[in-house]
Structures are given as C-alpha cells and as structure tokens.
Design a protein around this ligand. Structure first.
Ligand SMILES: O=C(O)c1cccc(C(=O)CC[C@H]2O[C@@H](n3cnc4c(=O)[nH]cnc43)[C@H](O)[C@@H]2O)c1
Length: 221
C-alpha cells in the first residue's frame, strides 16, 4: 500500500507500532492483526499526534478481507458505510446478543456518508457493512449466521472496529476499505488471492487522494 505514496518516507517509532510519514503528507501505520492490537496501535498514533499539536483529521483502516459472495467478488474493493463488531456480545440459548442489547458498549461506527460516496465513486469500491471478527470465518454455517444477522454485510476483516473505537475516542472520523482476498465461507487457503487483493488496494489508494482532499469534514458528520 505504501507504493501508492511515492517519494521518501520517514519512519516514526511509536509504542508497539511503526508509522511511515510519507512525502505526500499521509501517515501509514502498520496497525497489526486483530481488533485489540489495531485499536492499541491506532490509539498510540492518535495520541502522539494530538500531543504534538498535529491531530489527525481522518483515520482510514485498510487491508485485505473476506468478501460475501456474490456482492463482493475476489479482487473487488469495499468501502464501509457501517463498521460493525460481529462477535462482541454474549452467546445465549436464544442465540447471539450484541453488547448494545445487554445495555452497554457500541457495535457499529458509521463513517461520514459523503466521504464514503466520494471514495466509492473515485475507486469503484462497493459500499456496505464491513464486519470485524476475531476469528476468520471458516464454515458455511458461520457465514450463513453472519449473513442472517447482517444482511448488508459485504466483507469481513479483523481490525476495522478496533481502529474505529480508537478514532471515536479521539473524536476523529473513520473510514474502512477492504480489498477482497477470499470468499467468506468454508476455509480454503488455496483459494486466497492475497497478491491480487493487495494490488487492488494499492490501486484504490492511488485514486483516493482527490476524494479525501475535496471532502468537507464540517458538512459531513
Ligand atoms: O488461515 C490461514 O492459513 C491464514 C494464512 C494467512 C493469513 C491468514 C489470516 O487470517 C489473515 C488475516 C488478516 O487478513 C484479513 N482477512 C483476510 N481475509 C479475511 C477473512 O476472510 N476474514 C477475516 N479477516 C480476513 C484480516 O483483517 C487480517 O488482517 C490466515
């Protein structure tokens, strides 16, 4: 993805994370795998920037992900209009109950609508819910259960909700973009197309700057 930002980049060390400050003015954070590490890394970067008097205006969580067929085929891009924690809750005899129905927490963050539309138009990304899971879905039964609970879901990843929680704590808007490397369903490692997905993500990032730079944060909350 760093290839989408040509020129030299300066490395900035953060507690538990590595950040590249690109010549184009964007900071790239290798946030790690999973919602907890991604939240911790993102919070470290947001806090460091705020303490330096240069707070961020937007956080973008980007990576490869599973796509729910047929809406999100291999190699396609998905931009989230809802970033939802799919397994944050309690298992009961009646089924899964999200934390919000237990009376606490948050399970969905919503990126700014106009920005989502602009990014979708600029990159060709499909728009829908992106689920955050702590376990990659590996059976048809789990994929069906997720679809039933989240009919608008196009993709799943493991970081978006963690990144969104950190951004929300700092009052910074968030975006999530996933490039589909594999279908959500029965585990089939041979079917994963990680290289193609990373190429699609880099291509998408190359088209992103005009959409981000023309976005008016104050009109789009
Ligand atoms: O199962 C394996 O053998 C295996 C080998 C390499 C990587 C993995 C991962 O689980 C990578 C997780 C990483 O990629 C994102 N990702 C990609 N596809 C999915 C998915 O279908 N469901 C959830 N996350 C996915 C995720 O965001 C992580 O960053 C497994």
């Amino acid at each position: 993805m760093a290839r989408a930002f040509p020129g030299t980049a300066e490395e900035v060390r953060l507690p538990g994370a590595r950040l590249l400050r690109t010549a184009a003015g964007y900071d790239l954070l290798a946030a790690g795998v999973g919602p907890a590490l991604a939240a911790a890394s993102t919070a470290a970067a947001l806090t460091a920037a705020a303490l330096a008097g240069r707070p961020y205006g937007l956080v973008v969580s980007a990576g490869i992900g599973g796509g729910f067929p047929p809406g999100a085929p291999l190699g396609s891009l998905v931009v989230a209009d809802a970033i939802t924690a799919a397994d944050l809750g309690a298992e009961t005899a009646e089924g899964f109950v999200p934390v919000t129905e237990l009376g606490f927490g948050t399970v969905t963050h919503r990126p700014p609508r106009q920005l989502v539309r602009a990014v979708s138009e600029a990159t060709g990304a499909r728009t829908g819910t992106v689920l955050t899971v702590s376990t990659v879905t590996g059976t048809a039964a789990r994929a069906d259960a997720l679809r039933a609970r989240h009919p608008r879901a196009l993709a799943e990843g493991m970081e978006g909700f963690g990144v969104a929680e950190a951004a929300a704590a700092h009052g910074v808007p968030v975006l999530e973009i996933r490039a589909v490397s594999n279908p959500v369903g029965p585990r089939d490692r041979a079917a994963w197309r990680i290289g193609e997905a990373l190429a699609a993500l880099t291509g998408g990032f190359g088209k992103l700057a005009p959409a981000l730079e023309s976005w008016n944060t104050y009109d789009d909350q």
